[in-house]
Design a protein. Structure first.
Length: 297
């Protein structure tokens, strides 16, 4: 079902028992204004059908009680999208938070969307089409920092490598050449690539990635088969890089790709994870995707 227009907002809501194609999973912490912008981007998506899970770990009132965020929740619901607002405490780190959200999902596909990312209209449909066509474990749109549009970095965009043919499984780790792709997603590099490639409206290109932060659409089964974020008990509450490790595990089994053009914009808000001494992909299983330790019970 596509999003309902304003002419239909007062109609009875669609039963939640109706299946949706995508569950959108948003972990949030002390970002009510940014979350409102993120939800505004979701409200611009007309296809495919989706449901939204917001899991809040804010130190004070949850974000959905703030006027702007509450208004966007009402907009999404009026459009026919069910929104579940969950208070998830205590804080045990991002890996545990993401695993908790994954366990709420039932749709075939799940979009992990950070609370500081805005999506242009049609972005969700483009990612969904790409995931279907490529048949891999995940696709994603690396968020762009538009304050860097005048900052061209050809030494980083030269790492761009499109997939030719099917997306294949590959091993990525800090000890592999593939790891060196990471600068490609810095600043506004993908926006500059979009302009150079001259992509037509509605078209997209899949390319090789080290990982994708902030906006990643998974086949839920592929993410779960690879272990999801069940490694979280091995990490202290203060950590980063949990999405990197999860994606590497998926890539090794079923592959993953980035999508151009990227319709995701990073809001460039201050990080909510200032302590980055512990990188999950280094702390778990010797920092690579082989021989990962079994998570503690």
């Amino acid at each position: 079902m596509s999003s309902r227009t304003s002419a239909e907002w007062a109609l009875p809501q669609v039963p939640e028992t109706d299946p949706v194609e995508v569950d959108v999973l948003i972990p949030t912490f002390n970002r009510p204004a940014e979350l409102a912008v993120t939800l505004a981007g979701l409200a611009a998506q007309s296809q495919p059908s989706f449901r939204v899970f917001i899991s809040d770990q804010s130190t004070e009132d949850p974000a959905w009680k703030q006027p702007a965020t509450a208004a966007l929740v009402r907009v999404l619901e009026a459009q026919g999208h069910h929104v579940r607002c969950i208070r998830h405490l205590p804080r045990r780190g991002l890996a545990e938070h993401r695993q908790f959200l994954l366990e709420q999902a039932t749709a075939e596909k799940v979009l992990f969307l950070d609370d500081d990312v805005w999506l242009e209209s049609g972005a969700l449909e483009r990612m969904t089409d790409a995931l279907e066509e490529l048949g891999c474990g995940f696709v994603g749109m690396a968020p762009q920092g538009l304050s860097y549009l005048d900052d061209r970095r050809p030494e980083q965009t030269q790492m761009f490598s499109p997939w030719v043919g099917p997306v294949r499984p590959e091993r990525v780790g800090p000890d592999t050449p593939e790891f060196e792709r990471w600068p490609l997603h810095s600043a506004a590099n993908l926006s500059h690539l979009n302009a150079e490639l001259g992509l037509k409206p509605g078209s997209w290109v899949a390319y090789r990635v080290a990982w994708i932060g902030g906006c990643t659409l998974y086949r839920r089964g592929a993410l779960q088969e690879a272990g999801g974020f069940t490694f979280w008990p091995q990490l202290p509450a203060s950590h980063s890089g949990e999405d990197v490790l999860a994606q590497w595990q998926v890539m090794e089994k079923s592959g993953g790709a980035g999508i151009l053009p990227s319709g995701a914009v990073h809001l460039e808000a201050p990080t909510t994870i200032p302590d980055r001494e512990v990188e999950a992909y280094r702390a778990v299983g010797r920092g690579d995707t082989t021989g990962l330790a079994t998570p503690k019970a």
